[in-house]
Ligand binder design. Structure first.
Ligand code: ZN
Length: 151
């Protein structure tokens, strides 16, 4: 569906009358380009979804309800969970909740207490999440570098 423009040498739409790059006139008129496109499209049922503006004939819509996890398993690819099912994320949320409560104008001591509690819980969650979960999830990263480091 694309053609090399004689004017600029870049790929452009086959059935547009003007080159999209430099406006080189590929067809004498837009009507002729359109008629040529319709003739070309009707010649083959697989081209029914094609548009004059496409550079490629659109491929059949793939089934989007593919189970990618199962597919990856077939192919032997291990997908890392995008959101780690981590308790630490929950702890971080609790910590953030306390920090949020500390923003409410209670009396001074209550706010400081909430701030300290929230901060500690939050830090515990972040440390646990970053250090513990990360090491557990990506253990393969270190052994490869170990050999070189210990030389
Ligand atoms: Zn051109």
């Amino acid at each position: 569906m694309s053609v090399e423009c004689p004017g600029c040498g870049l790929r452009t739409q086959r059935f547009m009358d003007l080159c999209r790059n430099d406006g080189y006139k590929l067809w004498p008129s837009d009507e002729m380009a359109s008629a040529a496109f319709k003739a070309w499209r009707d010649a083959d049922p697989t081209r029914a979804a094609a548009s004059r503006f496409d550079l490629e004939v659109p491929v059949e819509r793939i089934d989007v309800s593919v189970d990618y996890a199962a597919r990856a398993h077939e192919l032997g690819i291990h997908l890392f969970p995008i959101v780690p099912s981590s308790n630490y994320l929950f702890i971080i949320c609790i910590g953030a909740l306390f920090l949020g409560l500390a923003a409410i104008p209670f009396s001074g001591t209550v706010r400081i207490a909430l701030l300290v509690i929230g901060g500690l819980i939050f830090l515990y969650g972040v440390v646990g999440w970053v250090l513990v979960e990360d090491v557990r999830m990506f253990p393969a990263d270190s052994p490869q570098t170990h050999g070189e480091v210990h030389h």
